[in-house]
Write a protein that binds this ligand. Structure first.
Ligand code: AMP
Length: 307
């Protein structure tokens, strides 16, 4: 079953303590689409400017992503620049240029409107809402967000939360949105705002999954020794998770499937951070995902008798 993804396509400049790279393919939708594409066909809705390099466009196309819903507008592509501190976790945004995003109004090609699985990757919540307004009747809607929208667009974000099945956000965002220090309280409070399911990402420490009827899962993080560029880890996680769920087709999205989906998302994110931009994904195949998934299973398995 195909996935509809809306989000940003960007040109990123990224600086780490050891390297600086420019004009990289970035954006929440780029990462999410490539990750979802390992499991399901992807229909992408986004916007790029006249300066968007053909090599980046071709890369997305070669991954089999349907780009019919990507507008090519006059002006420049969205640009983002960030710098990572020595821990490769703390990040400072150096600059953001909205460019073509300033006037972006997502428009879904007719045959995208009946998608059952929708990932509203990180963009302004009013744009995420505009996409939902055009959909027929999706079966499962997942939204990702970021601190910026919690700070400058909270009313729209709260409207959105009432219309999604699942929200993905990171630990500091969950605390900011709920004003709770405990992530457990924060996750439950977010559920009370609308989404039945909440995934709280904890960076290099894994992720917490909150389901219905107090279902709860704590997913570990893959113990990676070398991280080259953490950019897009969250978007890759969301894309992998959604692609996996869509691949199950008409089966119910129960808690067991959601647990598997967050592990799949974590596996994909762990690969993505091994190189800049989406470069690592050029060589990752589905068999690699399966083998790291099995490692994850061993990692989280706990089989001992107490006393
Ligand atoms: P992540 O590392 O998961 O937070 O995602 C990083 C990606 O998000 C980069 O490739 C950026 O181009 C993109 N990004 C950063 N800020 C925004 C924003 N305000 N709206 C949409 N995408 C953004």
């Amino acid at each position: 079953m195909s996935v509809l993804i809306v989000g940003s396509i960007a040109l990123d400049d990224v600086k780490t303590p050891v390297e600086e790279r420019f004009d990289l393919l970035g954006g929440s939708a780029s990462y999410a689409s490539v990750a979802a594409g390992y499991f399901s066909p992807v229909n992408l809705v986004a916007i790029v400017g006249e300066d968007f390099p053909a090599s980046h466009w071709n890369f997305l196309q070669e991954r089999g992503i349907n780009l019919e819903g990507v507008q090519r507008a006059e002006g420049k592509t969205f640009r983002w620049s960030g710098e990572y501190m020595w821990d490769m976790n703390t990040r400072e945004t150096r600059s953001v240029a909205l460019n073509v995003f300033e006037t972006f109004a997502p428009k879904l090609p007719d045959h995208f409107k009946s998608s059952d699985f929708v990932l509203l990757a990180n963009i302004a919540p009013d744009l995420q809402l505009q996409v939902l307004d055009q959909m027929d009747k999706p079966k499962f809607v997942i939204a990702d967000t970021m601190d910026l929208w919690i700070n400058i667009a909270q009313p729209a974000l709260l409207d959105l939360l009432k219309r999604v099945d699942m929200l993905i956000l990171n630990d500091s965002e969950a605390r900011e949105l709920t004003k709770e220090t405990s992530l457990i309280k924060a996750g439950k409070k977010i559920q009370s705002l609308g989404p039945r399911i909440v995934a709280v990402k904890k960076g290099e420490h894994g992720c917490l999954l909150f389901g219905e009827n107090d279902d709860f899962f704590s997913c570990p993080a893959y113990p990676l020794e070398d991280i080259h560029d953490p950019t897009g880890a969250g978007d890759t996680f969301a894309g992998g998770l959604t692609g996996y769920l869509a691949n199950r087709g008409n089966h119910d999205v129960g808690f067991k499937a959601l647990k598997t989906a967050v592990v799949v998302g974590s596996v994909l994110a762990s690969y993505n951070v091994e190189a800049f931009s989406l470069e690592r994904m050029r060589s990752v195949e589905q068999k690699d995902i399966l083998s790291r998934f099995a490692e994850f299973q061993d990692l989280a398995h706990f089989d001992a008798d107490l006393l």
